[in-house]
Design a protein around this ligand. Structure first.
Ligand code: F6P
Length: 551
């Protein structure tokens, strides 16, 4: 597609945003009584409701034009074909292969495509993982003192932590864990001390989760855990208590973990897309293999939908387009994620890495500045907790903050009263954001409550809700493992689609590099060796050292 077409499509979209009424959600409902049904799409029981946005037919037409100009169709095909969509690292992004079901043809090697080869490797490694999990659960693999493991400690960072941490938390809240999952990510010694204090080394299985097996924080924590275990149970115990989840065989062996206790994946799995790989070992150990398998099946169901559904009915595409409308047309610089479900309390942290590490870029694929604003700042919390912290700003602040609401129709507990309160609050928030409350109705309500006119005049302006604040509603029957898999894959593909439309590489993360390099140079300064090149750093180092030296 020629560059002018790209420019034309974006211009048309931005022109639409300049029309008076571009944000008017109530007007859309007034013009189209069938809007709630027309603006809701579903994959089985999982639905995406975009009615509470200001997107109408003209906006969709313009958004689809942007998608066409970005050649989304061919991007999707290249993604699944295992082509090098991550150009700066010369890698494919084939994490979808990790969730394909076991199938006989996946073992055939001759003339296999990149996709088939990836699937065959992933399925074989998954079978190894399954055996390991079964051996731990059934007591064939024991700790060095002959005791069964009751705790799994995952040591990892970023994608080697956030995915498994979130999924374990979500999937073990209802039935309780098989092995208690614990997570150590921060290199802060307080984190290690805090966890080590609560662990019984004889019953703890330690997973060192690191794609590269070189991440300084993870390797520092892994070394501390190794020393801690050896001090308690003896050096010979290390082999029985450690396993590695990594792509780096040599470094794993150098650490002292035997090849049969290393579970691998390939470089086509980005860290933030790796919970489906052996990095998800803690999920399988904590929630059980069947649950992990159902989680993968959910991800696969969303892959098939994304791969085959027309864009006009494609949930990840539609969610992505809504995000583009809010970010680029309406200028919303943030995105709020509200799972009205305690099991989704870690979803915002997970999505922060997925969205911001993927699309937090200001350089386009060809090295030129990105032509449009890209990823918004992602934040969120579980509802209703969020209502009592930051939702004030989302309702009445000066910035437009689009919200994604997620809600299960059926809870997995017996307190239906609590679930109804939860669901009512989610829907009430969406309604308040979209339709607000005007001055006249505020005043009427205050008058009816017997408030005097002077107070009404003073207080009413503060009680007005402007409305026209967009949200999406993702609704599903239950939040089981299958649906959690669908939800995560929905967001993964949404992020890829947005990256394609923005023309950035969603699969690299060079923005984390500079800090790592500088930290290596600053460390000796903290020990009194050398001089900082940066005046600000030099001053901070000397203040820090003076405080350290003080009694
Ligand atoms: O933060 C950068 C990053 O490379 C992430 O993409 C990744 O998830 C994390 O570090 C951890 O990397 P590793 O799994 O190699 O330790």
């Amino acid at each position: 597609m020629p560059e002018t077409s790209r420019q034309t499509s974006w211009s048309r979209l931005l022109d639409l945003a300049r029309w008076p009424g571009a944000r008017d959600i109530a007007a859309r409902f007034a013009a189209d009584p069938a809007r709630p049904a027309r603006m809701t799409w579903a994959l089985d029981d999982l639905s995406l409701d975009l009615s509470r946005t200001s997107i109408g037919e003209a906006e969709f037409a313009a958004l689809f034009m942007v998608a066409e100009a970005a050649d989304l169709e061919s991007f999707r095909a290249r993604l699944f074909a295992g082509e090098t969509v991550n150009g700066t690292e010369r890698r494919a992004a084939l994490h979808m292969a990790l969730r394909v079901p076991e199938a006989p043809h996946l073992h055939a090697q001759a003339n296999a495509s990149a996709w088939e080869e990836a699937c065959a490797y992933a399925v074989a490694e998954r079978a190894r993982m399954h055996r390991f999990v079964a051996d731990v659960h059934e007591g064939r693999l024991l700790g060095a003192t002959g005791e069964r493991f009751d705790t799994v400690l995952n040591i990892g960072l970023g994608g080697s932590d956030l995915g498994p941490r979130f999924v374990c938390d979500a999937l073990t809240q209802v039935q309780g864990p098989v092995l208690a999952p614990r997570f150590l990510s921060n290199v802060d010694g307080h984190a290690f001390e805090g966890i080590a204090r609560t662990l019984d080394p004889a019953r703890t299985l330690i997973l060192v989760a690191s794609k590269t097996f070189t991440t300084e924080e993870t390797m520092t924590n892994a070394a501390a855990a190794r020393a801690w275990l050896a001090a308690q149970l003896g050096e010979a115990a290390v082999g029985a208590h450690f396993a590695a989840l990594s792509t780096n065989r040599q470094a794993v062996q150098a650490f002292g973990i035997a090849p049969e206790r290393m579970f691998g994946f390939r470089d086509w799995v980005g860290g933030r897309y790796s919970v489906w790989s052996p990095i998800g070992m803690s999920v399988a150990l904590a929630a059980g293999w069947e649950t992990f398998a159902a989680f993968l099946a959910g991800g696969h169901a969303m892959d098939q939908h994304f791969r085959s559904a027309p864009f006009t009915e494609n949930l990840p595409v539609l969610l992505a387009l809504a995000g583009i409308w809010h970010r680029d047309a309406l200028g919303a610089a943030s995105l709020c994620i509200l799972g009205y479900d305690e099991r989704l309390r870690l979803l915002p942290a997970f999505l922060q890495q997925l969205e911001m590490e993927s699309n937090g870029k200001s350089v386009a694929l060809d090295g030129t500045p990105a032509a449009q604003p890209t990823c918004p700042v992602v934040f969120g919390a579980a509802g209703t907790d969020a209502q009592h912290s930051f939702m004030q700003l989302v309702h009445q602040g000066t910035d437009l903050v689009p919200v994604d609401f997620l809600l299960a129709a059926k809870p997995d507990h017996d307190r239906s009263d609590a679930h109804e309160i939860l669901a009512a609050n989610a829907l009430a928030q969406a309604e308040a954001l979209a339709f607000g409350r005007d001055r006249a109705s505020v005043e009427t309500q205050m008058r009816e409550a017997g408030v005097d006119e002077a107070t009404i005049a003073a207080v009413a302006p503060h009680r007005v809700f402007a409305g026209n604040r967009p949200s999406t509603l993702i609704l599903f029957r239950r939040l089981d493992a299958f649906t959690l898999g669908r939800v995560i894959a929905l967001y993964e593909h949404k992020v890829a689609v947005q990256g394609c439309l923005w023309g950035v590489n969603s699969f690299d993360q060079w923005g984390v590099e500079l800090g790592k390099v500088l930290a290596r140079g600053i460390r000796p300064l903290l020990e009194g060796r050398g001089t900082a090149a940066c005046a600000a750093t030099a001053a901070s180092v000397s203040r820090l050292r003076a405080l350290q030296a003080a009694k």
